[in-house]
Design a binder for this molecule. Structure first.
Ligand code: PMP
Length: 408
């Protein structure tokens, strides 16, 4: 079938079985992806027989570890179409966005400057901006959504002014799967000289990406949504910005300095300035294994699979007259919905008993819930190991929930 990945890929993922060995229908990959054996093994080796610190050892093991850590930076950068000298390792997308808000924002924002966000942002692309707005006197503007729940770029174009210094949008919404028209967003930001940050958490595992041609300034993502470990992610920064002096040091400490003295400290150049302290060494190496694994399958193939599954699930849910489906018809791998008179938490609990894992709640997007006028949604999200049997199990679970609620 078109858009099907080899079924035996599932065997690579020990997390896709329950404790007693039964298949587990995992439909929460947008929260975090299960890990292939290659990632788990890479992490175990890096924590075990290969383990040592990076960047300062005089012994061979440390030099090897340093090379592996820097090879990871190279591989992750290449995976998104960037260069290693543009890629800062962070704890995840959240830290990446906080880094931009604190480092670029504190250096560049003045009272009266404006930051443009959208109604569908994850809390991690809202709260860091609120903190820096509070500190600098900048103001936040919120772009509404279209009727089919995309960021309304026509409205954004009408709102933007020369006071806007930052536009920060999700590339793919974690609740709705809405895909941003990045070329149009970039042209809009350019037209007033604003920086463009894209929150790529949900896009990197789902859409082919080439940062060399995507005209943004900052791109943030997490390894754990890309089949890699937690505790590491990346911030890609357009090369000239790193050296421009528009970014202050973020955190101070070891590894980010050139020379420290009580009379004054100088900082390391490039990305190194933004990686204070001993980094997540094993995690970086496992992140490398993850991008190798995903790269070998191909994001195009993953996208084709997830698109087919998303289409089918949306169609089946829309055919039920008591279900509301949120988001546009071309959602990328993520389907949010609500069933009349059944709270999404109750649905999630009953589905769990049937071996189906979905997310229920506000998905760290409370302003979006307010906009949609619901307290919560149920969300099913796909990954490279997803298949039609996961949807079958979900639909059966929904039918069972309806019966339990006397709604059959
Ligand atoms: N942005 C989006 C769109 C996300 O989906 C998430 C994770 N749910 C984040 C940011 C935050 O990522 P992390 O928790 O890995 O830092």
């Amino acid at each position: 079938i078109e858009g099907m990945l080899p079924a035996d890929l599932r065997a690579d993922f020990p997390g896709l079985r329950t404790a007693d060995g039964a298949p587990w229908h995992y439909l929460d990959t947008a929260a975090t992806a299960q890990k292939p054996r290659a990632v788990i093994d890479a992490m175990a080796r890096a924590m075990g027989e290969d383990y040592a610190t990076v960047h300062r050892g005089v012994y061979a093991r440390s030099a090897n570890m340093t090379a592996a850590y820097e090879a990871a930076r190279e591989a992750v950068a290449r995976f998104v179409g960037g260069r290693a000298d543009e890629l800062i390792f962070t704890r995840g997308a959240t830290e990446a966005i906080n880094l931009v808000a604190q480092s670029w924002g504190r250096a560049s924002l003045r009272p009266g400057d404006r930051i443009m966000l959208s109604q569908l942002e994850h809390h991690s692309n809202i709260v860091p901006w609120q903190l820096v707005a509070e500190a600098t006197g900048a103001q936040i503007d919120v772009v509404p959504l279209t009727d089919d729940h995309r960021i309304d770029l026509e409205a954004a174009e009408a709102m933007i002014t020369k006071r806007h210094k930052m536009v920060a949008f999700a590339h793919v919404s974690n609740v709705l799967g809405s895909v941003l028209d990045t070329a149009r967003a970039a042209a809009m930001a350019r037209s007033v000289g604003a920086k463009l940050l894209l929150d790529g958490c949900q896009a990197v595992p789902r859409l082919p990406l080439d940062l060399a041609t995507l005209d943004c300034d900052f791109y943030a993502f997490s390894a754990h949504k890309l089949y890699g470990p937690t505790g590491i992610g990346a911030l890609w920064v357009r090369g000239d910005l790193l050296e421009s002096g528009e970014m202050l040091p973020y955190q101070g400490g070891g590894a980010m300095i050139d020379r420290v003295a009580f009379t004054g400290t100088t900082f390391a150049p490039g990305t190194q300035r933004f990686e204070a302290g001993t980094p997540a060494i094993a995690e970086a190496i496992a992140f490398h294994a993850a991008v190798d694994y995903v790269g070998a399958i191909g994001v195009e193939a993953i996208h084709a699979l997830e698109t087919r599954l998303t289409d089918r699930l949306r169609r089946e849910l829309l055919a039920m007259n008591d279900v509301t489906v949120f988001g546009p018809t071309d959602s990328a791998g993520i389907v949010s919905f609500a069933i009349d008179d059944i709270h999404s938490h109750d649905l999630g609990t009953i589905l769990d008993e049937a071996g189906v894992a979905i997310r229920a709640g506000h998905h760290c997007a409370q302003p979006l819930m307010d906009y949609l006028g619901v307290p919560a949604t149920a969300r099913a999200s796909f990954g490279l190991y997803s298949a039609d049997d996961d949807i079958d199990a979900l639909l059966e679970g929904i039918a069972r929930t309806r019966r339990l609620f006397g709604k059959a």
